[in-house]
Design a protein around this ligand. Structure first.
Ligand code: ZN
Length: 323
């Protein structure tokens, strides 16, 4: 996914939690409110920070992917059950919703990358609020600042959302123009319809935010033909589930299952028996491009939901070790 898509998904995840906070238990609602306050007060660098994994870290061939394929005859594979929260829409895109298809991991460590960031953010929050706010430690140089912790949240957003892009989870090495074309179409819809601020001293535009810290549609936005309409509606109305799904105890488990369904979605659109040589860019344009565009509401909507859940979980973990 591209730069403004990443920042937009992260801002929409905050909005999702905000819209749904009153449906949570009293305890979870308080946790969500504290997280939302932190994010609103530290969202300045979101366009830049959610893009650092691509622009600065460049771990695209490891942290941004979890590339799966079917096992070859006789090849060992690990068969396990994959579940997602019942509100997730990606499994609906795969008609039979198989939860234990045989897959082999070819390349990548995306779930590890996410879990590592979760621990990093949780620990930095704990140290900041327990140690730095004790006056005797004020000014300690080894304690992360709010901005540095916010950057952790934005980078985590990048990897979580990348997992939902089906080609990040499919080991077939299709023409890179295919991957780029899909992501560019999403990016164009977002940059064409939202309001931005430009600062001549900054490389990036910023989303113009409303008083709650959420992105604003441009006055001349026309979203009726795009995925935005359904996603904006979902963010406000689709019922929200805080858990990661029945068998998923932590972010690593949850990300593995997201990647599994992301791979199945990819093979649903470009059938499994076709390899990279079988699908030229022209064939993609003729046969598959529209199908990838049609599923944007489901996969981008699920990535907003997943991020809201995972961010909430990080903040809850930090508060729970405090208790
Ligand atoms: Zn990426």
């Amino acid at each position: 996914m591209k730069q403004y898509t990443h920042a937009w998904l992260a801002l929409m995840a905050s909005k999702r939690l905000y819209e749904k906070r009153n449906t949570l238990s009293e305890k979870n609602k308080k946790t969500a409110n504290r997280l939302l306050k932190f994010l609103r007060q530290n969202n300045d660098g979101i366009v830049q920070g959610a893009w650092f994994p691509d622009s600065i870290i460049h771990d695209n061939s490891t942290g941004h992917i979890w590339k799966l394929r079917a096992p070859e005859a006789g090849e060992e594979y690990r068969q396990q059950r994959h579940t997602l929260p019942s509100r997730s829409k990606m499994p609906d895109l795969v008609s039979s919703r198989p939860d234990n298809e045989r897959v082999v991991l070819e390349k990548g460590n995306l779930p590890d990358r996410c879990q590592a960031l979760v621990f990093q953010i949780r620990d930095q929050l704990k140290i900041l609020y327990d140690v730095a706010y004790d006056k005797k430690n004020a000014g300690s140089a080894i304690i992360a600042t709010n901005n540095q912790i916010a950057l952790g949240f934005f980078m985590l957003a990048h990897y979580v959302c990348d997992a939902h892009m089906p080609l990040h989870c499919d080991a077939r090495g299709f023409d890179s123009r295919i991957h780029d074309d899909i992501e560019k179409q999403w990016e164009d819809v977002i940059t064409d319809n939202y309001d931005f601020l430009t600062d001549p001293t900054q490389k990036e535009k910023r989303f113009k935010l409303d008083y709650r810290g959420f992105p604003r549609l441009a006055d001349d936005a026309d979203i009726s033909e795009s995925f935005l309409e359904q996603i904006i509606d979902d963010v406000e109305n689709r019922s929200f589930q805080i858990s990661f799904g029945s068998d998923n105890g932590n972010v690593w488990d949850y990300m593995v299952d997201i990647c599994y369904y992301s791979y199945l979605v990819s093979t649903k659109i470009i059938p499994k028996n076709l390899g990279s040589d079988d699908v030229t860019f022209t064939e993609y344009r003729n046969n598959y491009e529209q199908k990838f565009l049609d599923i944007a509401p489901e996969i981008l909507g699920d990535s907003i939901d997943a991020l809201a859940r995972i961010w909430f979980d990080v903040w809850r973990q930090y508060e729970e070790i405090q208790e």
